[in-house]
Design a protein around this ligand. Structure first.
Ligand code: ADP
Ligand code: MG
Length: 232
């Protein structure tokens, strides 16, 4: 028991440190971004591109910091009774714009009468967006990303299927390790974050994959009365 308490205390210390460090780093970054933007507006066309890249990289660093912070803090989520379909519908314009830019297609099939569940909308969006982005990034300049939902009395589930490269067996074991990435511009924080969010919603993540054909991520949430996902 004492070990467990020590572990929790260390965890919360890490969370607090992460919060204050990210805050301290983000402030100067925001200032830098503001000035870069000012200089960009006054700079000759030939330099415009450089400033655009600088700002893109600042935004990227900011994103890594946000993901890392969510992961390190692992804080208690404020849950509300809501419908997963609302969360998905909110995201559709964003995902489909992204897919269109890549020359890909988004296909959404939502089941009927999806029951409500306890969820944190912001985190749930983060989970779905990360899985959708991974799916799109696994496909070339065409391909279909399919999002399906289903439910039973016990579970609500969402499937995100891509027609991408698939995941070789030896990589499957590492997907949820923080900072594991096979992308030159990846952070390796997406899936660990997805897993942590799923777990805090009483969910689990299954992966079905075939090399060269595609990958399906299935996230299932336990919605039974008395399960954490339904408790007060
Ligand atoms: P990142 O996307 O920044 O690389 P993630 O944690 O989101 O980090 O994913 C880790 C790795 O898992 C990816 O680099 C990729 O190799 C693999 N991966 C995740 N989703 C898919 C997918 N849908 N298809 C193929 N590989 C995937
Ligand atoms: Mg990712």
């Amino acid at each position: 028991l004492r070990d467990e308490r020590g572990r929790m205390e260390r965890l919360s210390l890490v969370g607090q440190m992460a919060a204050s460090i990210t805050h301290e780093i983000r402030n100067p970054m925001a200032v830098i971004r503001g000035f870069v933007q000012l200089i960009q507006e006054r700079s000759p066309q030939s330099q415009f591109e450089y400033f655009r890249i600088i700002m893109e990289e600042l935004d990227r660093a900011n994103l890594i910091i946000s993901d890392f912070l969510s992961l390190a803090q692992n804080r208690e989520l404020k849950m509300e009774r809501a419908n997963l379909h609302h969360t998905i519908n909110d995201l559709v314009p964003l995902i489909s714009a992204d897919a269109n830019l890549r020359g890909q297609t988004l296909e959404i099939v939502l089941c009927e009468d999806m029951p409500d569940m306890l969820l944190n909308d912001r985190e749930m969006k983060q989970l779905l967006l990360n899985l959708a982005r991974n799916g799109m990034e696994a496909m070339g300049d065409k391909g279909v990303l399919r999002i399906h939902t289903a439910w039973t009395a016990e579970e609500v589930s969402i499937q995100i299927a891509d027609e991408g490269v698939g995941i070789p067996q030896d990589k499957l074991d590492h997907l949820f390790e923080p900072f594991y990435t096979t992308k030159t511009r990846g952070t390796g924080l997406g899936l660990p974050l997805c897993l942590s969010i799923a777990e805090r919603h009483n969910g689990r993540i299954e992966i079905h994959t075939r090399e060269g054909e595609g990958t399906t991520f299935v996230v299932s949430f336990d919605i039974r009365e008395g399960s954490g996902g339904h408790a007060n």
